[in-house]
Design a protein. Sequence first.
Length: 260
Amino acid sequence: MELDLYQVDAFADEVFTGNPAAVVPLYEWLSDELMMRIAQENNLAETAFFVRKGEYFELRWFTPEIEIDLCGHATLASAHVLYRHLDYTDPVVVFETKSGRLFVDREGDGYSMDFPAWSCAKSQVTERVAAALGARPAELYMGGRDMMAVFETEDEIRALDPDFRLVSGLDGLCLICTAPGMDHDFVSRVFVSGDSVPEDPVTGSAHCTLVPYWADRLGKSSFSSYQASRRGGSLRCEYLGDRVKISGNAVTYMTGIIHL
């Protein structure tokens, strides 16, 4: 059996920036075990698999360790593969996922994703969080999936040097760190529980939590954001009440064939 494989840099205008994801289009689903082994062999933060079901596509995401319920950059990468490589021409791609239906449409040279908005509740800043980050945030929030630490300046975000062993012991899949930006409305970095990818380069799904927070704090609905990882990536965001629009560009780094 042979499968097409695409590696795409999402939230990027050029290769070697943004967040890389592998995308494997399928005609029918493989076993969960085989998809996990492919994700482990790819050794990227996420590998996306999709199967066409009439007018929509079923989409699933695997890290090298687990299947996850939502991944922004691999969703954007999947839409890019459809439009750029598989001659998809409909104005909107509909993905059926474990997080419900997700919609991606072309926006100029890039893509715009319609994702759920996630609320979060203010929590107490603990010594465990401060020790894990090597710095004490001004505020801490807990969401349904992620923890969010709010700092006062972009310089603090860029200077963070976490102890990833301690980060893995915290609640939540991701520890989102954010602050007001100098050239953007806000900046962020995202640290992930587990050993495979300790810092995610650009995290679309984190903006499901970030955008509602900054909408309330800044009193506006449209934002530019920057994820200040080593690779870095820019996003355009809009708050729509119970949904958020997350937009960015993507470029193909590599195409290949998996031989099984």
